[in-house]
Write a protein that binds this ligand. Structure first.
Ligand SMILES: Cc1cc2nc3c(=O)[nH]c(=O)nc-3n(C[C@H](O)[C@H](O)[C@H](O)COP(=O)(O)O)c2cc1C
Length: 181
């Protein structure tokens, strides 16, 4: 496939096959991710490959939060679903005092996220970028060993071989670009 085909066919996947993704593909994807453009070469990212034990603890914390807001049935459903996710990678961005620099650093981290997803996609591995409430929770930061005063969550990425690849849509091209003389 040419690069535009990878860019256009990558989809957010919600359901994965249980078979694990070889670790070297994930490390390769992180290596590619960090070659994303980053102004002033700040390298503002931190990648965390999350193993089974930590993933289970995050899933449990997420269920606990859901139990309070949506009740036991919803919590149990999500717990089973989260526990079935074959691969987990967390991307954090370093906090800086200057708001403009912070915006640029977050932009760089989003470029890294896309590199990560596309590298995996080129190997047949799909991803889901998540930013649900648990990723902002103090207990989540404790579980992943990150100081929230130092870093914030860009995304929690699930990855795996897709069980199904859902369609997506974009509005008309003409609606989002123009030419000036
Ligand atoms: C910053 C960011 C946060 C996202 N957070 C979530 C999320 O919490 N849950 C989710 O299902 N998808 C999330 N997504 C994925 C988008 O919903 C998805 O990209 C969009 O629906 C388009 O689908 P596609 O990626 O298949 O084209 C996020 C994407 C981005 C860029």
């Amino acid at each position: 496939m040419k690069i535009d085909d990878f860019l256009r066919t990558r989809r957010t996947v919600h359901n994965f096959q249980p078979r694990p993704v070889p670790d070297h593909l994930v490390v390769e994807a992180i290596e590619s991710a960090r070659w994303a453009p980053n102004h002033k070469l700040t390298e503002p990212w931190e990648f965390v490959i999350i193993g089974k034990e930590t993933a289970a603890a995050i899933s449990e914390r997420n269920a606990e939060m859901l139990r309070e807001t949506k009740g036991e049935a919803s919590a149990a459903h999500k717990l089973a679903r989260w526990n079935s996710m074959p691969g987990w990678m967390l991307l954090m961005c370093r906090r800086v005092d200057d708001p403009f620099r912070q915006q640029e650093d977050y932009g760089a981290c989003c470029c890294a996220a896309q590199n990560f997803m596309l590298s995996l996609w080129s190997a047949g591995v799909a991803t889901k970028w998540g930013t649900g409430p648990v990723t902002q929770d103090p207990e989540f930061f404790r579980l992943v060993g990150v100081d929230p005063a130092e870093r914030f969550t860009v995304g929690l990425f699930w990855y795996g071989y897709p069980a199904a690849t859902p369609p997506s849509a974009r509005g008309p091209l003409q609606a989002v670009f123009k030419r000036l003389d």
